[in-house]
Design a protein around this ligand. Structure first.
Ligand SMILES: *[C@@H]1O[C@H](CO)[C@@H](O)[C@H](O)[C@H]1NC(C)=O
Ligand SMILES: *[C@@H]1O[C@H](CO)[C@@H](O)[C@H](O)[C@H]1NC(C)=O
Ligand SMILES: *[C@@H]1O[C@H](CO)[C@@H](O)[C@H](O)[C@H]1NC(C)=O
Ligand SMILES: *[C@@H]1O[C@H](CO)[C@@H](O)[C@H](O)[C@H]1NC(C)=O
Length: 702
C-alpha cells in the first residue's frame, strides 16, 4: 500500500528526465513513448532520442545508409517507420538490439540488396514492409532470423527469380506479397518450409507457365493471386494445392484450360478466370466445393459444346459469371438466363475452330544433351550452357523453350521446325547477329519471342511469315538503326513491340504497317530525332508509346493524329524546350498518363494542354525549367502529379496555379525559386502577391 506511490514517483521522474531529452527536430510524446521526426531531411538517426521510446517515425528523411547497430540505444522500440528515407543500403546487423520491434517499414526507398544479416536481431518482428524498392535479387537466408514474421511485403520491386529456400525461417508468415515484380522463374523449393502461409500474391509478374511444383509445397495456402501474368495454358493437374480455396487467374493470356487443371485442389470454392482468351469451358473435374467461377471477359460461345458445363454448373448450384460472346442471337446474354437445352449448334458450325485443341501427349523421352526438359510443364531449358549451336531434338509438345545466354551467332533455317507447340521462345543474350530466312518456320503457336541483348541489326521480313500468332516481340538492346519495316505485315497479332536501346534515328512513313493489333510500342533509349507525320498510321490500336530518352526537340503532334487510343505517352529525357498550343490534341480524349520529366522544358504555352482533363490521371513534369504552367482547371481527376525541381516564379502570375494546387489532395512537389523572399517555399503554401488590377492574370476559364 505504501510502496505503490513511490513506484509511480520513480516512473514519473524518469519520464521527466526523459522528456528533457527530445531531439530538437522531433516531436516527442512521452505519455505514449513516441517520437516523430518526419520530413526533416535528417541524414542520421538523432542520438538524443529517449531510451524508452517505443514508437519512432522517421518517414521522409535522407538517411541513405543504415549502419550496424543504429538503433541499439533505443532497445524498447516496437514500431519503426523508415519509409521514403532514400535508403540505399542496410548494413549487416543494422537493427541489432531491437528484439521487441513488431513493425518495420522500409518502403519507398532505393534498397537493391539484402544482406544475409540485414535483419538480424529482429526476433519479434511481425510486419516487414519492403515495397517500392529496387530489389533485384534476394539471397536465401535473408529472412532466416524472422521467426515471428506474419506479413512480408515485397510489392513493387524488380525481382525476376525466386531461389530455393528463399523464405527459409519464416515459420509464422501468413501472407507474402510479391505483386508487381518481374518474376518469371520460381525454383521448385522457393516456397518450401512455410507451414503457416495462407495467402500469396504473385499478380502482375511475368510468369509464363504455372509453376505447379513450387506451388505444391504450400500445403496450407488458402488464397493465391496470380492475375496479370502472361500464362497461356493450364494443363492437367496444373494446380496442386490441397487446401487452396481461392484462386485468381484473371487478366492472363489463357487460351486453354484443361478440364482436369484443378483436380488436385479439391477445396477450391472460388476460381477467377475473368479477362482471358478462353473460348469455351468444360466440366471441371474434382470440384465438389466450387461455388463461384468468374468467366467475365472471355469470348465464350454458348452453343452445344457448353451444354454439359451448364448442366453441371446447375447441378452443383455453382454461380458462374459468363456473358455469351456467340452465337449471334444470344450474344451478350448471361449464361444464367439460358437453359442447358437452349445451347445448340447449327449443323454447319459444329466443326468450327473454337473447339479447343488439347495438346497431344507424344513421345516424351527426348531431350538434347545439356538441356533439361520438364514434361509436366512442357518446358525445355538449356540456358547459360555456352552452346555454340542451337540443339535439336526437343520434345514436340514443348511450350516454353529457354535458350538464353548462349553463343549462337545466328539462328539457322528450319532449326525449330518440329516446335509447333512452342508459345514462348527465349533467345536473349546469345550474341545473335542474324535470323536466317526460315529460322522460325514451323513455330505457328509462337506468342512470345525474346531476342533482347543480341547483335541483330536487321531482320528479313519473311522470317515472321511463319509466326502469325506472335504477340510479344522483344528486340531491345540490339543494333537496329531503323524499324524493320515490312516485317509487320506478317504480324497481324503483334500486341507489344520492344525496341528500346537500339540506335534508331528516325521513324519513317508507315513503318509499322500491318501490325493492326499493336497496343504497346517501346522505343526508349534510341537516337530518334525525327518522326514522320505518318509514322504511326495504321496502328490505330496503339495504347502505350514510349519515346523517352531520345533526341526529339518537339512533341510529335502530327504523328499522333491517327492514334486516338493512346493512353500513355512517355517523352521524358528528350531535349524538348517548348510545348506549343494543342500539342496533345490528337490524343486528348484517350490520354491518361503523360511523362514530360527531365527534358529541360522551359515553357508550355497557354493552350499546350488543350483537350486534356477528363480521364487524365498522371502528369510527370519534374526536373524541368518551368517557371509557370498553363491553366490546369480541367485536370480534376488527377491521381499523380509531380512538379518537383522546377524554378517556379512565385509572383502574381502564379496565383492560378497556386489556387489550383490548393484544390488538389495530392503531393505536388512544386517549390518557388524566385523571388528571393519566397525561394524554397512550397507553391501550395507561399503567400503570393496579388497582381495590380490592370494586369491580366492567366486564369481565364476556357
Ligand atoms: C537537405 O539537406 C541537403 C544536404 O544535407 C541540402 O542540400 C538540401 O537542400 C536539404 N533540403 C531541404 C529541403 O532542406
Ligand atoms: C469477376 O471478374 C470481373 C472482371 O475481372 C470483376 O470486375 C468482377 O468483380 C468479378 N466478380 C466477382 C464477384 O469477383
Ligand atoms: C520414343 O522415342 C524413342 C527414341 O526415339 C523410342 O525408342 C521409343 O520407342 C518411343 N516411344 C514411343 C512411345 O513412341
Ligand atoms: C546517336 O547519334 C549521335 C549523333 O547524332 C551519334 O554520335 C551517336 O553515336 C548515336 N548513337 C547511337 C547509339 O547510334
Amino acid at each position: 500500500m505504501i510502496w505503490i506511490p513511490s513506484i509511480l514517483l520513480i516512473i514519473c521522474c524518469m519520464r521527466l528526465v526523459e522528456s528533457s531529452r527530445c531531439p530538437q527536430t522531433c516531436i516527442c510524446d512521452n505519455i505514449r513513448s513516441s517520437v516523430i521526426c518526419t520530413n526533416k531531411n535528417l541524414t542520421k538517426v538523432p542520438a538524443s532520442i529517449p531510451q524508452f521510446t517505443k514508437k519512432l517515425d522517421l518517414r521522409s528523411n535522407d538517411l541513405k545508409l543504415i549502419p550496424g547497430a543504429t538503433f541499439a540505444f533505443i532497445p524498447y522500440l516496437t514500431y519503426l517507420n523508415l519509409q521514403k528515407c532514400n535508403i540505399e543500403m542496410i548494413q549487416e546487423g543494422a537493427f541489432r538490439g531491437l528484439g521487441r520491434l513488431v513493425y518495420l517499414n522500409l518502403g519507398f526507398n532505393h534498397i537493391r540488396f539484402i544482406y544475409q544479416e540485414s535483419f538480424d536481431g529482429l526476433s519479434s518482428l511481425q510486419h516487414l514492409i519492403l515495397e517500392k524498392n529496387q530489389l533485384e535479387e534476394i539471397n536465401p537466408g535473408a529472412f532466416s532470423q524472422l521467426g515471428f514474421l506474419n506479413f512480408l511485403n515485397l510489392r513493387d520491386n524488380f525481382l525476376v527469380y525466386l531461389a530455393d529456400m528463399l523464405f527459409q525461417g519464416l515459420q509464422q508468415v501468413k501472407w507474402i506479397s510479391l505483386s508487381n515484380n518481374m518474376i518469371n522463374v520460381l525454383a521448385n523449393e522457393a516456397f518450401a518450409g512455410l507451414p503457416n502461409l495462407r495467402r500469396l500474391s504473385l499478380d502482375h509478374n511475368e510468369l509464363q507457365y504455372l509453376p505447379g511444383e513450387a506451388f505444391s509445397r504450400m500445403s496450407g495456402l488458402l488464397k493465391l493471386e496470380l492475375g496479370w501474368n502472361p500464362i497461356t495454358f493450364l494443363g492437367e493437374e496444373a494446380v496442386h494445392m490441397t487446401s487452396l480455396k481461392q484462386l485468381f487467374l484473371n487478366n492472363m493470356a489463357l487460351q486453354d484450360v484443361s478440364f482436369r487443371a484443378f483436380e488436385r485442389s479439391p477445396q477450391l470454392s472460388l476460381i477467377d478466370l475473368s479477362n482471358n482468351q478462353l473460348r469455351t469451358i468444360q466440366v471441371l473435374t474434382g470440384m465438389e466445393k466450387l461455388n463461384y467461377l468468374n468467366m467475365t471477359g472471355n469470348a465464350i460461345r454458348c452453343d452445344c459444346h457448353l451444354s454439359p458445363f451448364k448442366e453441371w454448373a446447375d447441378r452443383l448450384r455453382l454461380k458462374v459469371d459468363l456473358t455469351c460472346f456467340g452465337p449471334g442471337h444470344i450474344h451478350g446474354d448471361h449464361l444464367d438466363s439460358l437453359r442447358a437445352k437452349d445451347l445448340k449448334c447449327d449443323g454447319h458450325n459444329v466443326e468450327e475452330d473454337y473447339i479447343i485443341s488439347v495438346p497431344q501427349e507424344k513421345n516424351q523421352s527426348l531431350c538434347p544433351e545439356s538441356c533439361d526438359c520438364k514434361t509436366d510443364v512442357k518446358h525445355a531449358t538449356c540456358d547459360n550452357k555456352g552452346l555454340q549451336e542451337i540443339p535439336k531434338g526437343f520434345p514436340d509438345e514443348t511450350i516454353l523453350l529457354d535458350l538464353h545466354k548462349n553463343l549462337f551467332n545466328s539462328v539457322p533455317r528450319h532449326i525449330f521446325s518440329n516446335m509447333k507447340n512452342v508459345i514462348s521462345l527465349h533467345l536473349q543474350n546469345c550474341q545473335i547477329r542474324e535470323l536466317k530466312l526460315g529460322a522460325l518456320s514451323g513455330m505457328k503457336s509462337l506468342v512470345y519471342l525474346y531476342l533482347s541483348n543480341n547483335l541483330v541489326s536487321g531482320i528479313n521480313q519473311a522470317v515472321f511469315q511463319d509466326t502469325p500468332n506472335l504477340g510479344y516481340l522483344y528486340l531491345d538492346h540490339n543494333r537496329f538503326s531503323k524499324i524493320p519495316t515490312g516485317t509487320f505485315r506478317y504480324l497481324p497479332n503483334l500486341f507489344s513491340l520492344h525496341m528500346q536501346h537500339n540506335s534508331i534515328a528516325t521513324l519513317t512513313n508507315n513503318n509499322m504497317y500491318g501490325a493492326k493489333k499493336l497496343h504497346w510500342v517501346y522505343l526508349t533509349g534510341n537516337n530518334i530525332s525525327h518522326i514522320a507525320p505518318t509514322a504511326f498510321r495504321n496502328i490505330q490500336n496503339l495504347k502505350k508509346l514510349h519515346l523517352d530518352d531520345n533526341l526529339l526537340t518537339k512533341v510529335p503532334t502530327e504523328a499522333l493524329k491517327g492514334n486516338p487510343s493512346i493512353e500513355e505517352l512517355k517523352l521524358s529525357n528528350n531535349p524538348i524546350r517548348y510545348i506549343g498550343n494543342g500539342a496533345f490534341l490528337p490524343i486528348s480524349r484517350s490520354l491518361k498518363h503523360l511523362y514530360l520529366n527531365n527534358m529541360g522544358l522551359e515553357k508550355i504555352s497557354g493552350d499546350g494542354f488543350t483537350g486534356l482533363g477528363r480521364g487524365f490521371k498522371s502528369l510527370y513534369l519534374e526536373n524541368n525549367k518551368l517557371s509557370n504552367l498553363p491553366n490546369m482547371k480541367n485536370f480534376n481527376r488527377l491521381e499523380v502529379i509531380n512538379l518537383a525541381n522546377n524554378p517556379f516564379q512565385c509572383d502574381c502570375q502564379l496565383l492560378a496555379l497556386h489556387r489550383w494546387i490548393n484544390t488538389l489532395n495530392l503531393k505536388v512537389g512544386a517549390t518557388c525559386a524566385s523571388p528571393a523572399t519566397l525561394k524554397g517555399q512550397k507553391v501550395r503554401s507561399a503567400s503570393l502577391p496579388a497582381c495590380p488590377s490592370s494586369t491580366r492574370i492567366n486564369d481565364d476559364p476556357r
